[in-house]
Design a protein around this ligand. Sequence first.
Ligand SMILES: *[C@@H]1O[C@H](CO)[C@@H](O)[C@H](O)[C@H]1NC(C)=O
Ligand SMILES: [Zn+2]
Ligand SMILES: [Zn+2]
Length: 456
Amino acid sequence: MGISKWILLFVTTLLFVSPSFVRFSYGALSSNGFSDIPKKLLDYAKRQELVDWMVGVRRKIHENPELGYEEFETSKLIREELDKMGIKYKYPVAVTGVVGFIGTGEPPFVAIRADMDALPMQEMVEWEHKSKVPGKMHACGHDAHVTMLLGAAKILKEHLEKLKVGCFIVACHELGECIKILSFTGESFQGTVVLVFQPAEEGGGGAMRIIDAGVLENVKAIFGLHVSPDIPVGQVASRPGPLLAGSGFFEAVISGKGGHAAIPQHSIDPILAASNVIVVTVAKFQGGGAFNVIPDSVTIGGTFRAFSKESFMQLKKRIEEVITGQAAVQRCSAAVTFQENGKAFFPPTVNDKDLHEYFQIVAGDMIGNQKVSIMQPLMGSEDFSFYQEVMPGNFFFLGMKNETLGKLESVHTPYFTVNEDALPYGAALHASLALRYLLDFQPKISSPEGKHHDEL
Ligand SMILES: *[C@@H]1O[C@H](CO)[C@@H](O)[C@H](O)[C@H]1NC(C)=O
Ligand SMILES: [Zn+2]
Ligand SMILES: [Zn+2]
């Protein structure tokens, strides 16, 4: 019996005998035989062939940005790539969404998610793969998100399918062959990774519609990421508990009585009223159309954010009170609505504490613990939060910053760019989080002791 077999015996004993090997026993996680996997998957993701393919996919999506629920070409591209990989999927889910499945089709189920939609803004970056659609741009990096999820699909398809044949991953040995699979016992791996390509993240509530479609029932955990221009490439950041704010939209129509601007005393000026009701962020302010006409009404709209549902609901109540109250002071009336064009409220993005700890372990195994940081909560919001309302989820930020390449512009600006060097990290993180989850949380196998020892 060679030394590797002794290690194997030790690992299998740990896996199958240890009564503590149930969900979230971190002692076992940090010391089990799977800790090499993330690093190996990163090596795999950094192969030139895979990188070139990801860069190509990302640029193609970047050139053809599509808004929420209109991601028809993006969705088609995703399905074509999944077809090429031989990955089964459901389509359409939530209009343009695609939900793929890799693995045995049995539990445990773990999901990894990417959003697909672009923003209604004009790209100002002059480069070869600039948006070809006037007034639309991937200014939030969702083109990179889709690409990294497809990259993860490719990695997982390569490595997970091998687990079907009564084999079990034990460790990674050879470079080139990422994961060495040692066959023993008749016990087979089971588990399924669910790939969620979601439409309409930018205020359209795509996540909610994916959940409503019922495709995620039985999913035990979900992971999502967002590219960040402020975190160095090769690093990630997240936090347990609230990470991003909940957000809502409101619109208010403030009505008075219009008239000639030279005789304001005969009007009830809604502009005056509207300028007194500015609470939180008012990003939209539409009044009259002429220099000398006081309009009948003014429409204002904006967004409001909070880190808990309670403060969010309180804020919503206050906005309505302040607007109607202040409008009344100027003898105007106000009608406040909170859902414009079907735009939904986003709950705050709250990371499950256990899953965040799990994320730290897996990411740390890949890039080193010092590159996995805890960040402050941000006022931005994410509809990933809808998933977290129905299952444990962990959302994290993936670094793109590289000082030698210069400063990166913020998301939602016309000069936003993606550092494509981040793509292998995102793909490998998605793949590792999902694969390790399935391996670490295999249903407890009640194999009679000695059975697997025979094989050795
Ligand atoms: C940053 O960019 C430089 C120049 O392209 C490159 O040599 C270096 O590897 C990059 N750093 C990382 C961490 O990707
Ligand atoms: Zn965005
Ligand atoms: Zn985004």
